[in-house]
Write a protein that binds this ligand. Structure first.
Ligand code: GLN
Length: 445
């Protein structure tokens, strides 16, 4: 704990943490030291973790990096946090992110941007940017983020670490502030696939507090490295696709070739709905966000405008003062696509397309163990360089397919570009096949 606290202090300028639980963490460490000497410590004794500012921890603040929740304290802990603490892991602090998980750069945060530890003039990715920066800069051992459309995988790629988005419903969403409920997952940042699997082992599985949480049994996620050969689908068009940074294209091509030379079976895949992935994601998630965020009304949680005359102005002004630009944009888009006149044209259509994308993805996976793609079209970009929302949404080009389909996906580091910025590769597998995903990651890492 002392070592990590020293690193947090050293890396303060990165703005990765919004709150550090120094005294509490030291106190718990002393308690766990005693348990260790009595041989009663849990299996995660010694593991120090951070939590994204969208995940609740009892009697501590959670703001969703939004002014609308300023000062708000949670009365309960997320199931994932509770399960880690039960196994004697130690929580060290709360980490910066994009407001309510909406963004790809951590620039949409009421706490100010978090910076990339590998090059502070660049973004750490988002929305779980603070968590990725913290793990990369050795400020904690692992971190819990959330991944709705790439918010764990993309920052993991930008910071050169491993990031898992599990199967939808594998981990309870109890205690996770909702953004788009049919996409939201809690994800895990780590430096190795082994540690990632260790954490998933503890936090996955049925939870009476989240009706959507799956009751699928949790297998042993950490299996020994084997020389098993897999069937791997890849997209040949990415070798030459101009929308992808040249070094990422080259790293992807050489990974595919290396897998072929290693005896894995390569399958060239086609995806007929590539152009529809991002629009489908942004129509459905903004719709869900607009309803989820209606609970922040100035009456129940956090901020209430002081400048109000009646109930209506209290709602309006609290929301106007409390939400940032991107969140307001999405609430408006979401209410638009759900409005009576446009519901069928946008929302219903996007739901149908979601089904097609999911079926086509499952179809590829019926024939192969994995689909591999780059995690992102570019490496970490400069702060303030993506001023248009559409440019920002493009950062999610490769990650949202797994989110739309509800399948697990992991980003692992795979080389670097000309400026020594890390490149991430994404591996997707069928629903509830995390075990296989980890086994393959270990071969690659
Ligand atoms: N960048 C994506 C978005 O803004 C993903 C966010 C997330 O996964 N929480 O929606």
């Amino acid at each position: 704990v002392d070592g990590y606290l020293a690193n947090i202090e050293k890396g303060k300028h990165l703005n990765a943490f919004v709150e550090v639980y120094s005294e509490e963490a030291k106190h718990r460490a002393r308690e766990i030291d005693i348990k260790i000497s009595n041989n009663t410590a849990g299996p995660l004794a010694g593991l120090i973790f951070g939590i994204k500012d969208l995940i609740c921890y009892k009697n501590h603040q959670v703001n969703g990096s939004s002014n609308i929740l300023s000062g708000f304290e949670s009365q309960f802990s997320a199931t994932a946090v509770e399960r880690l603490l039960e196994q004697d892991a130690i929580v060290i602090g709360r980490q910066n992110c994009d407001e309510f998980g909406m963004g790809s750069s951590n620039e949409n945060s009421a706490h100010g941007p978090a910076l990339n530890p590998l090059d502070p003039s660049r973004v750490p990715g988002g929305s779980s940017g603070g968590s990725a920066a913290a793990v990369a800069a050795n400020m904690c051992h692992i971190a819990l983020g959330t991944d709705t459309g790439g918010s764990v995988r993309q920052p993991a790629a930008f910071c050169g670490i491993t990031g898992l988005k599990p199967t939808y419903s594998r981990i309870s969403r109890w205690g996770l502030l909702a953004y788009a409920s049919s996409f939201d997952t809690i994800g895990i940042f780590s430096k190795s696939a082994e540690d990632n699997a260790r954490v998933l082992q503890v936090i996955a599985g049925k939870d009476g507090k989240d009706a959507t949480c799956s009751s699928q049994p949790t297998p042993e996620f950490n299996t020994p490295i084997t020389d098993k050969k897999f069937r791997i689908s890849y997209f040949k068009q990415f070798f030459t696709n101009e929308g992808i940074q040249p070094e990422i294209r080259a790293a992807y091509k050489s990974l595919v070739e290396q897998l072929g030379n290693g005896g894995h079976e390569l399958i060239e895949a086609e995806f007929p709905y590539a152009d529809y992935i991002l629009p489908t994601y942004y129509i459905l998630t903004t719709a869900e966000a607009s309803t989820n965020l209606s609970r922040y009304d100035g009456a129940h949680y956090g901020l209430r405008s002081s400048n109000t005359e009646d109930l209506e102005t209290m709602y309006k002004r609290s929301r106007t003062e409390g939400f940032g630009d991107e969140v307001r944009r999405r609430i408006m888009l979401g209410t638009f696509v759900l409005s009576a006149d446009y519901y069928d044209a946008y929302f219903t259509t996007a739901q149908k397309v979601r089904k097609l994308i999911k079926a086509a993805t499952e179809n590829i996976l019926a024939d192969s163990d994995f689909i591999i793609t780059p995690t992102t079209p570019t490496t970490a970009f400069k702060q303030n360089s993506h001023t248009s929302p559409l440019a920002m949404y493009m950062a999610d080009l490769f990650t949202v397919q797994a989110s739309i389909s509800g399948i697990p996906a992991i980003s692992i580091p795979c080389g670097s570009d000309g400026e020594n910025l890390p490149i991430g590769m994404q591996i997707m597998a069928g629903a509830f096949e995390e075990e296989k995903l980890f086994a393959f990651s270990k071969i690659l890492q």
